[in-house]
Design a protein around this ligand. Structure first.
Ligand code: TZD
Ligand code: ADP
Ligand code: MG
Length: 573
């Protein structure tokens, strides 16, 4: 017949890119190589932001925290086998922390993998990903890419968010199909994180318990921050008048300076409270599993009498550690809305003796801390350095705060007040070191706000090479390394005299020189004034900056706040 129009075709590369764009994905964190190098070029050419890292682990941490900040899955893209394995840490981190992310890795052909015939970077990646992910899928045919992306997104963000693995064998990308038919296979997911309304009976049970409390306490977890119903949460806290404790990444949901914030009285309110309302917080190790000394311990008058209400989207979380008297299963926004209705209908504030007792304890501790912060020892210690950081964050409440280390983490969490939600992003549930620089890239890419990273010198070392990445994209990141010359402190020695101790680093290390290699601003700060000036300049200039803050080597304690988790070595005979 007449010369038929050549059929327009579409290949696997472009079906994948169009499926991502169709679902509002605009940023990819990854590292090029076989079989995805061309994919990274095409993603960029098609208008997605393709952020390329120096180690896939950091790209993965970036993707995981992108998910926490935006409620859309962060995407990490890696090559097969070694690249995939480097991404696994962050996939497990995302699943553990309930952050939505998708790890997409190229892989070898099934025929060769399944016969173990020794393909280039051969590995059964799907099988290896399953145990550390919330869900894991593989796509073999181009017409299934639309379903694969839809399933991965829905699995990542619905219910309890988590890490999802999507395995794409190399041959998939070059497959082609007729373009119109191909595009018809793509799915734009509808309502991927549906509201989960709590049952009326569960709401009533929770309210009856909370109404009757003499010493109620609200515990806000990172789930409450993730839910992005900030005004509703603030209204519930303020309209009930109940004191609240924010977990690390829930800080800023209400300003830490809020009169109902009980952080400075944590060790008083946990054992004393008679009813505890958990909102998006698990009673895991961070809360001493809801029992033991932290909660009053055996023999304490509240022992075994405390009642728990738990708002959580996971129906299985209740009773994981202690009996939950009123599980309220649903998404936080829906659960808080139901509770608010009852509060609006009339609510008695908690007894004055309770709120006064909390305030007295809190104000006493704040006064003590103020005394410590006012000291100006030389060399600087964590307190005098963080007193500066505290002022900088107060003056720049929109800045993102990345934080990791042991003392560098624990002191920052208690000294640096946060004023807005989802600004403090840190090691999370696992206490994992190495998230810092990946988090900085994602925080800069996902929020456009300036990013301040307070890093232990050991913690920084896990991802330090990404300083080049931060400079390459010219990101407004100000890294402050709390350089106490070691893991926890810098004073250990090798009793045999042969080597440096396993916990110390090069004396007087000049980390600030590293960033100068990539065109960034390096500062060596030995006083609070030098630190303040350098941070203010970095915020103003928005130039990538690394400040090497020299901290007293004796200032830290082993493992910071969690010293008790260290096993006791048997006493030498
Ligand atoms: C991946 C990984 N490796 C090792 C650790 C163990 N660890 C390590 C190695 C820390 C570093 C502490 O040293 P730092 O310099 O970062 O902080 P401070 O000196 O301020 O305490 S904190 C901690 O729990 C970890 N949590 N995660
Ligand atoms: N939108 C949501 N609605 C309800 N629960 C949520 C939501 N998002 C996350 N969660 C829950 O929040 C909890 C977060 O707990 P966790 O990570 O232990 O916080 P933290 O460490 O701050 O205490 C998880 O149990 C998770 O299921
Ligand atoms: Mg250190």
């Amino acid at each position: 017949g007449v010369n038929a129009q050549p059929q327009e075709t579409i290949d696997g590369f472009h079906l994948l890119i169009e499926a991502l764009k169709l679902n509002g994905i605009d940023t990819i964190y990854g590292l090029p190589g076989i079989p995805i190098t061309d994919l990274t070029r095409m993603l960029q050419a098609e208008g997605l932001r393709m952020l390329s890292f120096r180690h896939e682990q950091n790209a993965g941490y970036a993707a995981s925290i992108h998910g926490f900040i935006t409620q859309t899955p962060g995407i990490c893209l890696t090559v097969s086998a070694p690249g995939f394995l480097n991404g696994l840490n962050s996939l497990a981190h995302a699943t553990t922390n309930c952050f939505p992310m998708i790890l997409i890795s190229g892989s070898s052909e099934r025929e060769i993998v399944d016969l173990q015939q020794g393909d280039y970077e051969e590995m059964d990646q799907l099988a290896i990903a399953k145990p550390v992910s919330k869900a894991a899928y593989r796509v073999l045919h181009a017409e299934d890419i639309g379903v694969g992306i839809a399933r991965a997104i829905r699995a990542a963000v619905s219910g309890r968010p988590g890490g999802v693995y999507l395995d794409l064998p190399a041959k998939l990308f070059a497959q082609t199909m007729e373009a119109t038919a191909g595009r018809a296979t793509l799915i734009k997911v509808v309502d991927p994180a549906p509201a989960q309304i709590p049952g009326a009976d569960a709401v009533k049970r929770a309210l009856d318990l909370l109404k009757g409390a003499k010493k109620p306490l609200i515990l806000l977890g990172k789930g409450a921050a993730y839910a992005q119903c900030d005004a509703e949460i603030r209204k519930l806290v303020e309209s009930t008048g109940i004191p609240y404790l924010p977990m690390s990444m829930a800080k800023g949901l209400l300003p830490d300076t809020h009169e109902q914030c009980a952080s400075a009285a944590r060790s008083f309110v946990l054992p004393e409270a008679d009813v505890v309302l958990l909102i998006g917080a698990r009673l895991n190790w961070l809360l001493s599993h809801g029992k033991g000394k932290t909660w009053g311990g055996n023999g304490h008058k509240s022992w075994g009498k405390q009642k728990f209400i738990q708002i959580d989207i996971s129906p299985q979380e209740a009773d994981s550690n202690v009996k939950i008297d009123a599980p309220l299963v649903g998404d936080i926004a829906s659960c808080v809305a139901q509770l608010q209705k009852a509060v609006d209908a009339g609510w008695a504030k908690p007894p004055k003796e309770w709120t006064d007792a909390v305030a007295a304890k809190k104000n006493g501790n704040i006064a003590k801390m103020a005394e410590t912060l006012a000291k100006n020892p030389s060399p600087m210690n964590f307190h005098s350095a963080l007193n500066v950081v505290r002022d900088i964050i107060k003056a720049n409440p929109d800045a993102m705060l990345v934080n990791e280390g042991a003392n560098a983490l624990d002191f920052t969490r208690s000294i640096v007040d946060m004023y807005k939600p989802r600004k403090r992003i840190d090691v999370g549930t696992w206490g994992i070191m190495g998230v810092g620089m990946g988090y900085c890239v994602a925080a800069a890419a996902a929020t456009k706000h300036p990013v301040i990273a307070i890093e232990g010198d050991s913690a920084f070392g896990f991802s330090g090479m990404e300083v080049e990445t931060i400079c390459r994209y010219n990101m407004p990141v100000c890294i402050v390394i709390m350089n106490n010359n070691g893991v926890y402190k810098g004073t250990d020695v090798d009793p045999t005299g042969r080597d440096p101790a396993p916990t110390v680093f090069v004396k007087g290390a000049r980390y600030d020189k590293i960033i100068e290699a990539f065109g960034g601003v390096g500062v060596h700060a030995t006083t609070p004034d030098e630190l303040r000036k350098a941070m203010e300049e970095a915020i103003k200039s928005r130039k990538p900056t690394l400040i090497n803050a020299v901290i007293d080597e004796t200032a830290g304690t082993e493992s910071g706040r969690i010293t008790s988790l260290n096993p006791n070595a048997a006493k030498k005979k």
